[in-house]
Design a protein around this ligand. Structure first.
Ligand code: NAD
Length: 258
């Protein structure tokens, strides 16, 4: 059955992969990203429309409460309802904890923890008003189970997503809303390009070597692609996952076992 979906941080990377997969599944998909990525975002919305599904490109900063409320209202206005929220937008920063400033900490938490909270809450309010339940899906990470050194404040922000996902699942079950998170391992996106570059700098190795080193941890023997994560989100958006809530599942090629 076709649903109306919103995917945040969908101009590129995992969010784009999720948006295109959910459109291919037959859903109508609004996409969000920051204003600086508007052109790429419009291109994703166009690609979705070319598959015959409806789409809308909505620029908003997920760290800003009013923008998130407006984004959810715009999605419901454009598509008719909001049935599935994919709170995917996130940022990363590679820095030893001893060098993380209060401003670094606040920015990380603003996007990765408050941003996910605001998206969860605005979506839940909309779904409760609609009265038909819904599915809320968030981006956590393998580091929500096993932190990586030099990604300390990023890891903390993703642990926050895992905790929030559990609490939201408890509170919103009575409204027929399930809440789950996906925990990718190492996905070859712009985010990992940055992590690789900064890890290489701090470990005194050449660019490309850090991702190579961490890739040795992957039992399935290859770095992930957005489609790996999107396939799992497709399941979370479908009725097949109706009896699952509060989980943060690793899609990491077998780095960390639950
Ligand atoms: P990416 O940097 O390639 O894409 C993230 C997108 O989110 C960008 O287009 C960016 O502009 C957008 N974004 C950032 N801040 C935003 C904001 N305040 N409001 C709206 N949009 C914003 O990253 P990715 O690798 O595609 O990661 C997507 C999600 O998956 C993130 O939450 C990330 O933490 C998580 N994740 C990624 C990996 C990985 O290996 N790449 C692993 C685990 C978890």
């Amino acid at each position: 059955m076709s649903k109306n979906v919103l995917v945040t941080g969908a101009a590129r990377g995992i969010g784009k992969g999720i948006a295109l997969r959910l459109a291919a599944d037959g859903h109508d998909v609004a996409v969000n990203d920051v204003a600086a990525h508007e052109a790429e975002l419009e291109a994703v919305a166009k690609e979705i429309r070319e598959t015959g599904r409806r789409s809308a490109a909505i620029t908003a900063d997920v760290a800003d409460s009013e923008s998130v409320t407006a984004m959810v209202a715009e999605t419901a206005g454009a598509l008719g309802s909001l049935d599935v929220m994919v709170a995917n937008a996130g940022i990363a920063q590679v820095l030893p904890l001893l060098e993380v400033t209060p401003e670094d900490w606040d920015r990380m938490m603003a996007v990765n923890a408050r941003g996910i909270f605001l998206c969860y809450q605005a979506a839940a309010k909309q779904m409760i008003r609609q009265g038909n339940g819904g599915k809320i899906i968030g981006a956590a990470s393998i580091v929500a189970h096993r932190p990586f050194a030099l990604l300390g404040h990023y890891s903390a922000s993703k642990w926050a997503v895992r905790g929030l996902t559990q609490a939201a699942a408890m509170e919103w079950a009575r409204h027929g809303i399930t809440v789950n998170a996906y925990c990718p391992g190492i996905v070859g996106t712009a985010m990992w390009d940055l992590i690789d570059e900064k890890l290489a700098e701090s470990e005194g190795i050449r660019k490309g070597q850090a991702i190579e080193k961490y890739s040795n941890l992957i039992h399935l023997g290859r770095v992930s692609v957005p489609e790996d994560v999107a396939a799992y989100v497709s399941y979370l958006a479908s009725p097949d996952s109706d009896y699952m809530t509060g989980q943060s599942v690793m899609i990491d090629g077998g780095i960390q076992f639950s």
